[in-house]
Ligand binder design. Structure first.
Ligand SMILES: Nc1ncnc2c1ncn2[C@@H]1O[C@H](COP(=O)(O)OP(=O)(O)OP(=O)(O)O)[C@@H](O)[C@H]1O
Ligand SMILES: [Mg+2]
Length: 322
């Protein structure tokens, strides 16, 4: 397998006059293998959507690198970016607000192809119908409008729209969190099915650990903009090393893995009420473990604990402390 997307030391600082700059994404490095599903997990405000928007350069990073097929996207000009953005598509959380209510299903799904000048007329209609079939929509839905559909069907429209340009990488930003639980499973199964049929690679963003467990090959946990643990599904779920990951997984020991929502755990207080002073470990103000001096003075580096398993915690790497 080859790496399709690599993000190296990516950082985005939002600067608003008169306010403290927000390091929304801070020195994040991830690698996504072609054909795999990479889960990006984190609480609200941890920087997930910012990272999603940085990858196709919908917003510009402050520093770091974005390598797609080993090519540096930050060196691309407008024309090259337009090309590559056909291969990297985003699917958003809310199928209610992300679809223009005045456009028919046919127009919504066909629009990307039309805008890129790839098809028009009967050829465009044909492609739209193919996409509708692929995502489980009926041909007679083509002339209807978003408000006539349920949440799950609207998300199918969003997925068809993202697929019509033949992307290789889909960035799915909480694709099912606005949907009813029963409908969530249908959309996730559709995504699994499409991945197999089309050889797609997914970056799946979620705050729902059960979605990660169901869908992902590898995962990274984001905390206040930084990766605190990453590894294969087995490493992260069966041998969690970071106190944050452990708390997330162990807080509901008897619960079915399918019920593990970040919202349900006691750590989920307002992420910014647990103020981080700016030095030491970001998780220290909420960390349930017995801390050492370094926890509040030195930012822990992300260091391997096994093949492909990385953890940023002084307690896991005590030998690194002075
Ligand atoms: N355009 C912006 N200007 C200033 N700050 C921003 C901007 N966009 C995001 N932020 C801040 O960056 C941080 C990360 O936001 P982001 O939306 O990436 O989080 P998230 O993990 O996607 O959260 P959620 O789960 O709620 O979607 C937050 O503190 C947010 O307020
Ligand atoms: Mg978000």
């Amino acid at each position: 397998m080859s790496v399709l997307l690599e993000v190296r030391n990516l950082t985005k600082v939002f600067v608003t006059p008169g306010q403290t700059p927000v390091r929304a994404v801070d020195d994040v490095s991830i690698e996504i293998e072609e054909g795999s599903t990479f889960g990006l997990v984190g609480e609200s405000g941890s920087g997930k959507s910012t990272l999603a928007r940085l990858i196709p350069r919908l917003i510009e990073p402050t520093s770091g690198e974005i390598l797609y097929q080993r090519r540096n996207l930050l060196a691309y000009n407008e024309k090259q970016l337009r090309e590559v953005r056909q291969e990297i598509q985003l699917v958003f959380q809310n199928p209610y607000s992300s679809l223009n209510p005045r456009m028919s299903v046919r127009q919504l799904i066909g629009e990307p192809l039309y805008i890129h000048g790839k098809a028009a007329g009967a050829a465009l209609d044909q492609r739209v119908l193919e996409m509708m079939e692929l995502v489980g929509l009926k041909p007679e839905h083509a002339n209807r409008f978003p408000h006539e559909f349920s949440g799950g069907q609207r998300q199918r429209i969003g997925i068809a729209r993202a697929l019509i340009l033949h992307p290789r990488l889909l960035i799915l930003d909480e694709p099912t969190s606005a949907l009813d639980v029963s409908v969530q499973a249908q959309v996730l199964n559709l995504l699994i099915d499409l991945q197999q049929k089309l050889g797609l690679t997914y970056l799946l963003i979620t705050h729902d650990l059960s979605v990660v467990h169901y869908m992902c090959d590898t995962a990274a946990l984001l905390y206040l903009g930084t990766v605190v643990e990453k590894g294969t599904l087995a490493q992260v779920f069966r041998q969690p090393q970071h106190p944050y990951t452990q708390a997330l997984l162990h807080d509901v020991p008897s619960a079915d893995p399918d019920q593990r929502m970040l919202e349900n755990i006691s750590l989920e207080s307002d992420i910014f009420s647990a103020r981080w002073s700016g030095t030491g470990c970001r998780f220290a103000p909420r960390c349930p473990a017995n801390q050492v001096g370094a926890c509040t003075t030195i930012e822990p580096p992300l260091v391997p604990v096994g093949e492909g398993h990385m953890v940023a915690c002084h307690l896991v790497h005590p030998h690194l402390n002075p």
